[in-house]
Design a protein around this ligand. Sequence first.
Ligand code: FES
Ligand code: FE2
Length: 407
Amino acid sequence: MDSGAWLVYQKGWKSGRRKASTGFRPKGARGMSNVETLNPATGDRFHPDPERSYTLEARYYIEPEIYEREKAAIFYRGWSFACHAGQVSEPGAYTEFRVADQNLFAIRGKDGKLRAFYNVCSHRAHELVRGSGTKTVITCPYHAWSYHADGRLRSARGSEKVAGFDAEEFCLKQVQLEEIAGFVFVNLDPEAPSLASQTQGLEAEMRRYCPEIDKLKFACRLTYEIEANWKNVVDNYLECYHCATAHPAFADLVDISKYRSVTYGIHSSHIAPAGRADNTAYSFDGGDGTPNSFAGWWLWPNLTLNIFPGPPNITTLHIIPTGPETTLEHFDFYFLESEPSAGEREAIEYMDKVLQPEDIGLVESVQRGLHSRGYRQGRFMVDAARSHLSEHAVHHFHNLVMNALRT
Ligand code: FES
Ligand SMILES: [Fe+2]
């Protein structure tokens, strides 16, 4: 993996701060009531059966108290995307990343093993690293305590004069780490079951759609700040019901009539054959050996991995909550070379200038709409055939959210 990035965009999609919710919601849902109220005490009509269920209530996308519960129940317990192994391939290579409000870093030890730690000094809590780079020793900028890349405390000036000082107690605090096809994930919960055991079939399917996956190199990152709750952004990814109306070029790039979403335990797949090679999104060589599909996967709670039509590629869209109604997106591109070709640049341009603004405009409008006194919860458009119009994968996600919040 070449660590050189071709370019880094910084994007702000500010459309003005909106007032916090008043907390007022109409009592009881209005209109047709062919679905029973699941929770008579509150009137919530979310149901574990997608064909009977209403969507998550608006308050789930707004209330700070729910966001706090989500941090504990979802982000501190689930598997979160960290980085790509190729970005930290040499001994001492490190990179910083976030899991909701927690700052962490991954670093490769002298023994070649990749580990992840909370990015905090055990002395008085200064952050230890910024960004990415290479260090043989991690030295805290505050009072110069130092740590080995495997997390052991190396030195703490004056500690020999401190009664009962136990260096073992002040090692870096490590978290679980696992890889899927080179993509690195961490879990802050030491008791969490392994990611591999929860995502059976995912890696094999990724390899089927991108046989060159082990050869891909990080090329660039696009960054977006979005005025929307993280679940609103995830919801938008999980259905193609909106593709024909909101993404005319994407509907030309892929054959959306054949778009199919399939849900599994904690992930879902979203796959469609490619459309015309000379479509209006970006052109690609439709010859032999060119991936001829769009294949995407959402992985609980907040990562998508996508293979777009064209030469071997994969993109990650990491949807990082930064507050109840704000989200940071990291959109990373991986190609056979870290310097994108002209065709790959055209694809990046399309995603940055067309696809992302289309989706961000949608979710920011939805976020404003969720504050409306005229809305409480909608209804999933789910059909028995699970067609390209069906929103069952959004329900699958909502069901995981509700289950997590109940535990
Ligand atoms: S906080 Fe790190 S050495 Fe004091
Ligand atoms: Fe979209």
